[in-house]
Design a protein around this ligand. Structure first.
Ligand code: FAD
Length: 716
């Protein structure tokens, strides 16, 4: 044992008050088998220590030991990360295994459950069932851990009904990089709460979840249709029928399904949450004719149904068993389906390509429904537009052959290239694809900039690290800053816009030196003609924002709640201004796209929001001045005054969400506008040292999001 290793051992021993059962070091006998326990044997990772704390205070003390030793930290719950990210994903991390965090209780009035972050899904299901027949959405493998699942997504058969696992989180306890123990919810440390709902591993160690629960589903029908005879090419027609069926916008949320391609053929299976009679009315036999084996099982008990899902996934993926694995993933949205000719090509490819192993799966999981009721930016989880997810998975003997990797890479590349927008859909972080060229962007898409900003504040040294985690902003920040200074406004206004959006608008609230950059970018904005007059509404927005801020400050309680709408308003206004400028300075490019007209609708919406807010602020101010009674002053926070003026909190919330929609739409507009210009000037700047390729990729993502936003009224 080296001296630094021994120093780490000594400090960790102290952190767990000398209990030698609560930590293990590389020199320990059976360290690899008993403590490290690789899930994916193809990624041999050796942590510096594996710890088993019993309290949040011990978690905090262990984090401090790692930070003092300059080491990275990752929590482990179920240990089911495809790329061993719970072990750090690379050598030398300190692992915090959460197995002792098994607390469970249920509030019988609110039906909110408190669950320790070391709970496995199988145990959680039973605990919720025993506490009054309650349940929540989650995946099918009982050995997967709540800690890693609910902080990354958590998709399962009940997701179309109830959302993802993380949509059930109401509050958490988390230990941060500075060893502070914090509670986070929509109202307490909301940024941390937002980030943990989709990217938890990069932000801390969650020790406890407070979860909203559902009443267990009643009768349910499990179905499966197998196609095992003939070529894969002959099965393409069935996959097309499945895609057509699941993409029907009127498809009931009671219907969950997956299409699984394996070495023996194609299986269409799923669960219908309703009676057998209702299921029969779907006439599934007619939808998927020619199957060799069709099977339905009716479940009337929730535990039986969940156990059945567990058995199925156990048979398919081996449940909790370690093996040499190779995994890939991708998402598909409901606007751009896989074209029929691409499905034909895929299935013919399966007939001819060498696979190198018999154990491989390509699974298409239907999602949508309640998952997509939540706005894209409402949680860090960024696939609210996805209709189904692909995960492909191969197991090797000893190691995964290169041929197998080539085979699965081929599947993805065929689908990415063949599906409109396929290169923009991204991938679900729960189905880790370690080979993705830009993992964080694929996993968190349009939410990545905000995640990077929060990371810069709460974990600037990247203590909670894995190879595809969210990184602090420092690098991105520097490049945005140098980008700004390198631009000449007249020729590069679109890049300037992007830089402003990236470094200023989104960073203003989070980055410590935000003010400095705001000042600098304001200069740039002025240079390109900070003309709120282009769109008078932007000016109105800014003045509403200013009034709101003054209002909250002048009445002493500058509550977070007032700052939120005011920053929304000023954000929207700033972006409106920049879009207006772009359009006006590149009139020719936008003529064909009828951009002005489309933009008009967004402006109308913003105008409406601004007017309501302006009126409310004036009314609240008037009342404060009129009734300057001390009692009223003391009793009413500025927030209360404002929503009193708006009649109700409901109306205030409605306004806030309307502002959120406007802001998103305006951001999309800006991106679309910028993309058009970028494409033109990009040709000229390709050989210069600005990373245009990355910019274009980000712009492209946003543009696709605009299309999705266009369809946002239509749920899948
Ligand atoms: C057999 C199998 C079946 C699966 N089925 C599904 C499915 O049906 N639906 C689905 O959505 N996904 C599924 N997954 C993916 C699974 O949800 C993710 O791999 C998930 O991250 C695993 O969580 P874990 O706690 O078991 O893993 P771990 O390996 O322990 O953790 C995974 C990541 O989460 C972090 N983490 C763990 N605990 C905490 C914590 N307390 N605080 C902060 N970060 C933490 C770790 O540091 C690591 O980066 C499946 C995976 C496997 C292997």
């Amino acid at each position: 044992m080296g001296s630094s290793q021994s120093a780490l051992g000594t400090s960790i021993k102290k952190a767990v008050v000398g209990d030698k059962d609560l930590y293990a070091l590389p020199g320990n006998p059976l360290y690899a088998i008993k403590d490290v326990k690789l899930y994916n044997l193809s990624i041999p990772v050796k942590p510096a220590a594996v710890t088993y704390p019993k309290t949040a205070q011990q978690v905090a003390a262990i984090i401090k030991c790692a930070v003092d030793a300059g080491l990275k930290v990752q929590a482990r719950c179920g240990g089911h990360s495809y790329a061993n990210y719970c072990l750090g994903g690379v050598n030398g991390a300190v692992v915090i295994d959460m197995k002792h965090f098994q607390k469970f209780s249920m509030d019988n009035e609110t039906f909110r459950a408190i669950a320790g972050a070391g709970s496995l899904l199988g145990d959680l299901t039973k605990r919720m069932h025993n506490a009054g027949g309650r349940a929540m959405a989650h995946g099918t493998c009982p050995q997967v851990g709540l800690g890693g699942h609910a902080t990354i997504g958590g998709l399962g058969p009940s997701s179309r009904l109830w959302g993802t696992a993380l949509d059930h989180i109401e509050e958490i306890e988390i230990v941060l990089a500075d060893s502070s123990i914090k509670r986070a919810s929509a109202t307490q440390n909301p940024d941390i709460f937002w980030a943990v709902k989709g990217a938890g591993a990069s932000f801390g160690v969650v020790t406890e979840f407070v979860l909203r629960t559902e009443k267990e589903a009643g009768e349910a029908v499990h179905f499966s249709y197998s196609f095992t005879v003939g070529t894969y090419a002959s099965m393409a027609v069935i996959f097309k029928a499945w895609q057509k069926f699941v993409s029907n916008r009127k498809l009931t949320r009671k219907f969950a399904s997956e299409a699984i391609i394996t070495a023996v053929g194609l299986i269409i299976s799923g669960t219908y949450f309703g009676s057998k009679k209702e299921y029969d009315a779907l006439e599934m036999d007619d939808k998927f004719p020619g199957h060799q084996k069709g099977k339905t099982i009716v479940f009337r008990d929730w535990l039986g149904l969940v156990a059945h899902w567990g058995e199925e996934i156990g048979l398919l993926l081996g449940g909790g068993l370690s093996a040499p694995l190779y995994t890939k993933s991708m998402t598909f949205n409901g606007c751009d389906l896989i074209p029929d000719n691409v499905i034909d090509t895929l299935f013919s490819y399966l007939d001819t390509v060498e696979k190198g192993t018999l154990i491989w799966f390509i699974i298409f999981d239907l999602a949508g429904g309640a998952v997509n009721d939540i706005a894209q930016g409402a949680t860090a989880y960024a696939h609210r537009d996805a209709l189904f997810y692909l995960q492909s998975y191969a197991v090797g003997v000893g190691k995964v052959p290169d041929k197998t990797k080539e085979f699965l890479r081929g599947v993805n590349s065929l689908l990415v290239k063949g599906t409109p927008g396929g290169d923009q859909f991204g991938a679900y972080a729960g189905y880790v694809d370690p080979e993705l060229p830009n993992g964080p962007l694929a996993y968190w898409r349009t939410n990545l900039p905000r995640l990077e900003q929060i990371k810069s504040i709460v974990d600037p040294s990247d203590v909670f690290h894995n190879p595809q985690g969210v990184k602090p902003l420092a690098k991105a920040w520097k490049s945005a800053e140098s980008l700004i200074s390198s631009l000449t406004p007249s020729e590069d206004s679109c890049l300037t816009l992007w830089a402003i959006q990236y470094s200023t608008v989104l960073s203003r609230r989070y980055h410590p030196s935000g003010a400095h950059v705001v000042f600098r970018t304001s200069g740039v904005e002025a240079a390109i003609g900070f003309g709120a007059s282009v769109l008078g509404i932007a000016g109105a927005g800014i003045s509403v924002a200013t009034t709101l801020i003054r209002f909250s400050v002048s009445y002493k309680c500058s509550t977070q709640k007032i700052e939120d709408p005011s920053s929304q308003v000023s954000l929207t206004a700033t972006i409106l201004t920049t879009v207006g400028n772009t359009i006006d300075s590149h009139q020719d490019y936008f003529k064909e796209d009828n951009f002005r007209e489309k933009f008009g609708r967004v402006i109308e919406r913003c105008k409406n929001d601004y007017e309501i807010l302006e009126a409310a602020v004036q009314k609240a101010k008037g009342e404060v001045e009129k009734t300057e009674s001390e009692r009223w002053e003391r009793k009413m926070t500025s927030w209360k005054k404002l929503f009193w003026a708006l009649s109700s909190e409901k109306q205030m919330k409605g306004l806030q969400s309307s502002l959120e929609v406007s802001k998103t739409q305006v951001l999309m507009m800006q991106s679309a506008a910028s993309l058009i210009v970028l494409q033109i000037i990009g040709r000229r700047r390709e050989d210069e040292n600005i990373d245009l390729a990355e910019l274009k990729q980000k712009m492209g993502l946003l543009l696709r999001a605009l299309r999705t936003a266009h369809y946002s009224g239509q749920k899948y």
